[in-house]
Design a protein around this ligand. Structure first.
Ligand SMILES: *Cc1c(COP(=O)(O)O)cnc(C)c1O
Length: 405
């Protein structure tokens, strides 16, 4: 492998994010390939016994086994770390592998975690069902209530866990407030940044400790692979995450890492354009939704209770928003009338996709927890893609009319 400028941090740290997104972390083989090489290998061979012994002892750099290192995956990890402004990153097999590793690697029986109640359904399952099975105490709070964070702290609290904007109610967390509070109490803040990505917001700038990703969403952005990542300080990644990850094996496959590389190259363009389309479509729909007695949940619109905060801590508010059309039957009528936008529960895709969270992404959590979290029966969530905004407006216009809105 030939080192390129992409591997020299004294150079790459000074690049702007758009340059890091296309060149950060790139190594080249002796063939001088333009695109990152895809190393589909589980193991490695060595010129002599001493070389492998030194690598296993940690005295020499180099690959030993793809659960521990893989060149294609390592390139992606370096690129994500650069874009995030983090010292280190480790890729994971999926977003949920990332969330599970980020939490379990640092929690033990008797610890306490404070988590945002508005969260992706499986993240809630980790907090509500998995952690308690191992004697980890959990408190779930309204993450948009600054005082609720402090009130939930106990002597054994060691992790704060939240996403912002949150899936699917678009709650916005005051990152500066929550991270400052965590710092003051020696609590580690874990932020699920899947909705925004580093292009739209950098939780590390507000004092967050660990950033966890579903790279399946905006990072891949074209609906192809499952992937995840965890970013943090070199010390935290090496001493806290790696012992867990290397021995439990939630690794990202080199092929999926390669696909995410290609996604990162266009991430900024997509995230900014999709955010712009999402604001335009939200503005177009807001009156219709209001007149039907519903509510619009869109951090990019002034009607959102934390619009100003969202604009302050984000560069743009992202492709996703939600709206309530009153009942499950009306929500289903809107979905069934869509002619262009697909019915799909994925997000971050270049295609516009719409889903009914109560019967899909948040179906498993039960009616009571759903209601508490604001996932109403009439709630629809849309991921706004890269299609022409006029085509999207026309499709929503006719779907609303067909549903009597
Ligand atoms: C999708 C998603 C996840 C889970 O990611 P997978 O890649 O599907 O495992 C976690 N958090 C948020 C906010 C998500 O949107």
């Amino acid at each position: 492998m030939k080192k390129t400028t992409g591997t020299d941090r004294s150079v790459t740290r000074n690049w702007r994010p758009a340059t890091q997104a296309v060149r950060g972390g790139t190594w080249r083989s002796e063939h001088g390939e333009t695109s990152e090489a895809l190393f589909l290998t589980s193991g490695y061979t060595y010129d002599d016994a001493r070389t492998v012994a030194d690598r296993f002892a940690g005295d020499a750099e180099g690959m030993t086994y793809s659960r521990l290192q893989n060149p294609t995956v390592a390139m992606l990890e370096e690129r994500i770390a650069l874009m995030e402004g983090a010292e280190a990153c480790r890729a994971q097999a999926s977003g949920m592998a990332a969330m599970t590793a980020a939490l379990l690697c640092q929690l033990s029986t008797g610890d306490h975690i404070v988590s945002a109640k508005a969260a992706f359904g499986s993240c809630r399952w980790l907090v509500d069902h998995l952690c308690p099975r191992f004697g980890i105490e959990t408190t779930v709070i309204d993450s948009a209530d600054n005082d609720a964070w402090e009130a939930a702290i106990r002597p054994n609290t060691n992790v704060f866990f939240f996403e912002t904007p949150a899936n699917p109610t678009l709650d916005v967390v005051d990152m500066q407030h929550v991270c400052d509070l965590a710092r003051a109490h020696g609590i580690t803040t874990v932020v699920d940044n899947a909705f925004a990505t580093s292009v739209l917001q950098k939780p590390l700038d507000f004092g967050a400790d660990v950033i966890a990703y579903s790279a399946t969403k905006l990072m891949d952005g074209q609906g192809r692979v499952l992937a995840g990542a965890v970013c943090g300080s070199e010390e935290w990644i090496n001493e806290v995450l790696l012992p867990f990850q290397r021995n439990t094996g939630p690794n990202l496959s080199p092929f999926n890492a390669w696909v995410v590389h290609k996604g990162l190259e266009t991430l900024e363009l997509r995230a900014m354009k999709q955010s712009e389309n999402a604001v335009a479509l939200g503005e177009f729909m807001e009156d219709r939704v209001r007149k039907a007695g519903g509510t619009m949940l869109h951090p990019g619109l002034p009607s959102h209770p934390r619009h100003d905060l969202a604009m302050k801590q984000m560069r743009a508010t992202g492709p996703i928003f939600a709206f309530d059309v009153g009942s499950r039957s009306t929500a289903f009528a809107v979905l069934d009338a869509l002619a262009l936008v697909d019915i799909s529960n994925n997000i971050g895709d270049a295609r516009s996709l719409m889903c009914h969270p109560a019967s899909t992404t948040h179906a498993n959590m039960g009616a009571e927890a759903r209601a508490d979290m604001g996932v109403t029966e009439g709630l629809l969530r849309i991921n706004v893609g890269l299609e022409d905004i006029e085509d999207l407006r026309e499709d929503l216009d006719q779907a609303f009319a067909a549903a009597g809105l």
